[in-house]
Design a protein around this ligand. Sequence first.
Ligand SMILES: NC(=O)c1ccc[n+]([C@@H]2O[C@H](COP(=O)([O-])OP(=O)(O)OC[C@H]3O[C@@H](n4cnc5c(N)ncnc54)[C@H](O)[C@@H]3O)[C@@H](O)[C@H]2O)c1
Length: 434
Amino acid sequence: MEERQHSVAVVGLGFIGLPLALSYALEGVDVTGIDVNEGLVHRINSGETDLQESHRGSSIREILAAQLEAGRFRATTDYARGAASTDTYLVTVGIPVDGGEVDFAPLDGCIASLGAVLKPGDLVILRSTLVPGTTTGRVLPALERASGLQAGRDFSLAYSSERIAEGRAFQEFRDMPLALGGIDSPSAERARRVLGIVTTAEIVTSDIATIETSKILENLQRDINIAISQEFARLAEGLGIDTYEMIRVANTHRRVNLLTPGPGVGGYCLPYALHYLTPRTRELALDLPLANMARSINEETPVRVVDRLEALLARTDRTIAGARVALLGLAMKDYSGDDRESPALVMAGELVRRGADLRAHDPVVPDGRAYTYASPGEALRGADALIIAARQERFHEMNWPELLDLMAPHPVIMDTRHLLGDGDLREDALIWRI
Ligand SMILES: NC(=O)c1ccc[n+]([C@@H]2O[C@H](COP(=O)([O-])OP(=O)(O)OC[C@H]3O[C@@H](n4cnc5c(N)ncnc54)[C@H](O)[C@@H]3O)[C@@H](O)[C@H]2O)c1
């Protein structure tokens, strides 16, 4: 009979790690969460999180509180505590990108710490998005060096890419098909049992390099597809055609699936995909012109929105310099609390650079920038222009006609997310929709 898994350690307690840890706890597994960020560990152990996830009617805060109370989940900065409580680690520490270059330092640090406490018989499952070749070329030798153990003989190692979308984490940990590879069959088999505690979906197996590469290409394909939609949107605008209506019609073709354009592409996953390939394409002297072009289109999109605003303001003899601009929604995508690489922040930087009096508001992105305001009314009062850059649930409950009445005469309203209905709008407003 298969032995039941009683405990796991989840390393990295960010957007992926915390809901993943709680998903195991919800299945009755004892979970130790390990993170280097002391403040984060303290907040989590106090039941606090800014993540916008929910599961079966309970918010992640409620789930966290219940699992802490039940004693099934605890966060720590101490790897040794994790090692004392389990033989199975799920690693979710990522590889940031800075100026287009990958930064292995967080992952290397994590693997060095993990290697120092690794015991014979342990299993390490990497869930982070990795530069192809990282599991066997970087993590495996580093674990062996730090532990003095031999991979395959003394410990098991597997890779399973993480494919969930923020905001749907609990559901997609369960029903998104997984790809899994092990350094040997026992590693893959053990990892399959651990993943199977939470997932009910198909687990596809392949070799590790294929899964690492496939994960990047899954993200890259979306980046390219969004760039296509951005380009089509520019064409539709030039032709005087409603982009959303054009996409609705085109997508009735069974073999067409145009994605929705917007103010740009944010988060870690899509913008980083191309950069995760760079270390390998450099070695291979391989060019990826299509992917590079798509990245450029997506990167310049938020700046183009600001250019468009400049042109619209000019119609009423106003300039961005000195104009009061309200920016609603700072998240990197709709209904998210994550503002990493957010196009809204690119727009904010550009607006400030061009001399606008910027007043931004987002009800769920953590506050703290010089230009953020606590309420939409404060952001909109007297504004010459409004840019809606991301949807949030609370935006659907607001009285838009009343709010837009707070704006200056003849305001420019740029709705990049198709949030506002025609009935919400002011008659004297200049409206722009993607
Ligand atoms: N966020 C997503 O929607 C998503 C989706 C699919 C895959 N991924 C991938 O999952 C991984 C995690 O993404 P995320 O969004 O949760 O990142 P994150 O930055 O929110 O979380 C990473 C956590 O790791 C911690 N950390 C850094 N160094 C550490 C160390 N040495 N030891 C222990 N903890 C350490 C950080 O403090 C942070 O809390 C990344 O590889 C990402 O590309 C993310």
